[in-house]
Design a protein around this ligand. Structure first.
Ligand SMILES: Cc1cc2nc3c(=O)[nH]c(=O)nc-3n(C[C@H](O)[C@H](O)[C@H](O)COP(=O)(O)OP(=O)(O)OC[C@H]3O[C@@H](n4cnc5c(N)ncnc54)[C@H](O)[C@@H]3O)c2cc1C
Length: 428
């Protein structure tokens, strides 16, 4: 006797994708979620510090909108998708001045050159740390900045720890859309219908490999027996040991988890105390050309959607250090970064104003922003997605997708794929 066909651990995008696939196949699924809300790293809040406007603490964009499965769902429901790329303005600084048109052209052209160099190194030598690509381009004045974007900023990891192959396998193209009202709100509104989700129910132990592949999942409020289990928690949670597997997981799974550690990305939002807008247009991205490899890059989105705050983004080891140092240190860091472009004017504008710092490092149910593959281990994503116990135990989530790794879309697709495999395993 089982309580349900499939038990799913986690109500983030992967868990919801898996549950939706079970629902659509007419099979019973129970989703157990440790926290008090669905969405996981897709979380829209209305922080008082920012005047109560919607603010995505984690994911913001539907990347590669032309291929993103969230886009047709939003469109079918009549949701407004904000064309963030089209309304965005850009300012790129070199030192304390704005880059010239010629410099911007050269910077734009350096990007495909960097990507091509990475691909030819992989083809000739196999995987290398991303930092190695930059070292090979030591004459290229833009390479350090591109490395900082692709490593710490976008992938939340320093380039010397990051697999170039993982980067190339998951490089996203296309446009970026923002669901009006926030991604977390979209997820709650559009992706939970008809699902059996139990909040405040952390799973402490998964007893797998029972008769006919049966799995017993233990929580503080009791156990659930299922024919299959889909685990969608982050690799940070899996690596922490807070979720016990009995028997222990096969080495192929634990090795994959260790090869996919969590990176950290931190958002620091500063609300203006006056009308000054730093001579920037609304919805303006502020970028900086770095002088040397390894220097930290903190790009800012200024006055997003016409709002009265700027939002800095820092990733990799600087983000982990600031997370340890505390919110005041993160705010100081953001202010000093802004001062390099705008001088003392930022002190007048933001001094005493409200601020917000995100803390994905401190969320015990996530433990970072999203994972990356260490050099030489890009295939760990494929291995983590492989069926265990003939498909009665599956892993899913942003870590398990290739192409959309580290994104909402990747988590959703991987959850759906894990459910398809689990349902095939249980048959009937
Ligand atoms: C700052 C930031 C910015 C981002 N920006 C973007 C973006 O713009 N676009 C994009 O596509 N992606 C973005 N992402 C990534 C995206 O949010 C994630 O890839 C995706 O949401 C992960 O979904 P998931 O289901 O794999 O994991 P999660 O969302 O982590 O879901 C796992 C769930 O499991 C729960 N859980 C953990 N342990 C247990 C347990 N023991 N028992 C029960 N439940 C448990 C957690 O509470 C969580 O709800 C961003 C992420 C961050 C942090």
């Amino acid at each position: 006797m089982t309580d349900t066909h499939v038990v799913i651990i986690g109500a983030g995008l992967a868990g919801l994708g898996a549950a939706a696939a079970c629902r659509d196949a007419g099979r019973r699924a129970v989703v157990l979620e440790a926290s008090g809300r669905v969405g996981g790293r897709a979380w829209t809040d209305h922080p008082k510090a920012l005047g109560g406007v919607w603010f995505d603490m984690g994911a913001v964009w539907f990347h590669d909108a032309e291929h993103n499965p969230m886009v047709p769902i939003a469109q079918a429901a009549g949701d407004t998708l904000l064309r963030s790329d089209e309304i965005r303005k850009e300012r790129t600084f070199i030192g304390d001045r704005i880059a010239t048109e010629a410099e911007l052209n050269a910077y734009a052209q350096a990007w495909p050159h960097y990507e091509a160099a990475a691909e030819s190194i992989i083809a000739a030598e196999g995987d290398v740390p991303l930092a190695e690509v930059t070292r090979r381009l030591s004459d290229d004045p833009w390479a350090a900045t591109i490395e900082a974007w692709e490593g710490p900023v976008i992938c939340a990891v320093d380039a010397d720890r990051f697999s170039t192959l993982d980067w190339r396998r998951n490089a996203l193209g296309g446009s970026n859309l923002v669901p009006d009202g926030g991604i977390g709100a979209f997820v709650q509104r559009r992706l939970t219908s008809g699902l059996d989700i139990r909040l405040h129910t952390p799973v402490v132990r998964v007893r797998w490999g029972g008769p006919n592949g049966q799995v017993i999942v233990e929580t503080a409020s009791g156990s659930i027996t299922a024919e299959a289990c889909i685990v969608t928690v982050s690799t940070g949670v899996l690596g922490s040991g807070s979720l016990v597997f009995d028997p222990a997981l096969p080495a192929s799974v634990t090795e994959a988890v260790h090869a996919l550690p969590m990176g950290l990305a931190m958002k620091v939002a500063l609300r203006a105390t006056g009308p000054d807008r730093l001579d920037l247009p609304l919805h303006c991205s502020v970028d900086r050309i770095l002088e040397r490899q390894g220097e930290a890059l903190m790009p800012f989105q200024c006055w997003p959607f016409g709002r009265d705050y700027v939002q800095g983004w820092i990733g990799g080891s600087v983000a982990w250090d600031l997370a340890k140092a505390g919110e005041a240190a993160a705010v100081d860091y953001a202010l000093s970064y802004l001062r390099r472009a705008f001088g003392g004017r930022v002190d007048g504008l933001f001094a005493g104003g409200a601020s917000l710092v995100t803390h994905w490092d401190a969320d015990p149910w996530v433990r970072g922003a999203y994972c990356y593959a260490i050099p030489g281990s890009a295939l760990a994503r494929d291995r983590l997605a492989e069926p265990v116990a003939d498909g009665h135990l599956m892993f899913a989530g942003e870590a398990c997708h290739i192409g959309f790794a580290g994104t909402v879309a990747g988590a959703w697709i991987s959850g759906q794929s894990a459910a398809t495999q689990a349902l095939a395993a249980i048959g009937g």
